[in-house]
Design a protein around this ligand. Structure first.
Ligand code: DC
Length: 225
């Protein structure tokens, strides 16, 4: 008898909705692996900028993506062995990542790599298309959102905690622009799938969202163990 693949919890939604914190919290409680797919897009963006590639050149970007020597080491992301965790969170990389994420060849080149994170006993994956494209058979799909203001504030605090400069007005404008670009792109646009559960984290602490997701997952497991 063929064994079923490890279960996946897909958490999608716009940037700074708290997906990473919630996904890591859920993964920690369940002892599951964690995939931060945004970090992969950010690593591709950094590699592309460093190589001087034109961010519209699909063939070049696909090549960079396929040859990307990035790995996750707990919370740290390494590119060719170099710790790039801090750099990946800068607004320069956020903006470039949103641009390269609209390139079909980049998305295709990242597909199998993302699926490689699906290991026993299970995976919590966060991104934009985890439930719609990468893991369409996910046991539970969440679409986590929050108001643009709450998300700008979250990003502001994250940057401040890292000792970086930030400006609320610029962050809010950037979030709105990125939402638009991520939602209108032709390939894998950001949108809630019909079978995803919508959760709004505006004013809700991350711990409470983790509890909600765990309860929803338990329900699913009870329905089909
Ligand atoms: O989640 P994040 O902000 O770190 O993602 C960075 C960019 O990558 C964001 O603009 C959208 C894109 N992205 C994507 O298109 N698909 C994913 N699964 C994850 C991120």
């Amino acid at each position: 008898m063929e064994s079923s693949p490890p279960p996946v919890i897909a958490i999608d939604g716009p940037s700074a909705a708290g997906k990473g914190t919630v996904a890591q919290g859920v993964a920690g409680k369940l002892g599951f692996h964690y995939l931060n797919s945004g970090a992969l897009y950010r690593a591709v963006a950094l590699a592309a900028l460093e190589s001087g590639a034109d961010l519209e050149n699909e063939a070049k970007l696909s090549d960079i993506t396929l040859n990307l020597k990035a790995n996750f080491d707990r919370d740290a992301v390494k590119l060719e062995g170099r710790d790039v965790t801090g750099v990946l969170m800068t607004e320069r990389i956020s903006s470039a990542a949103s641009r390269i994420a609209a390139v079909a060849g980049v998305r295709t080149a990242l597909l199998e790599r993302q699926r490689g994170f699906r290991l026993p006993p299970g995976l919590v994956a966060d991104g934009r298309d985890m439930g719609s494209v990468v893991f369409p058979d996910a046991r539970l799909k969440i679409f986590l959102t929050a108001s643009p203001e709450a998300r700008a504030e979250r990003r502001y605090k994250q940057l401040m905690d890292k000792g970086m400069n930030a400006n609320m007005t610029a962050l809010l404008q950037d979030i709105r622009e990125r939402d638009k670009r991520d939602s209108v792109r032709a390939v894998a646009p950001l949108k809630k799938c019909a079978d995803a559960v919508l959760l709004d984290s505006t004013g809700v602490p991350a711990g409470a969202v983790v509890t909600q997701v765990l309860a929803l997952y338990e329900e699913r497991v009870k329905m089909a163990p």
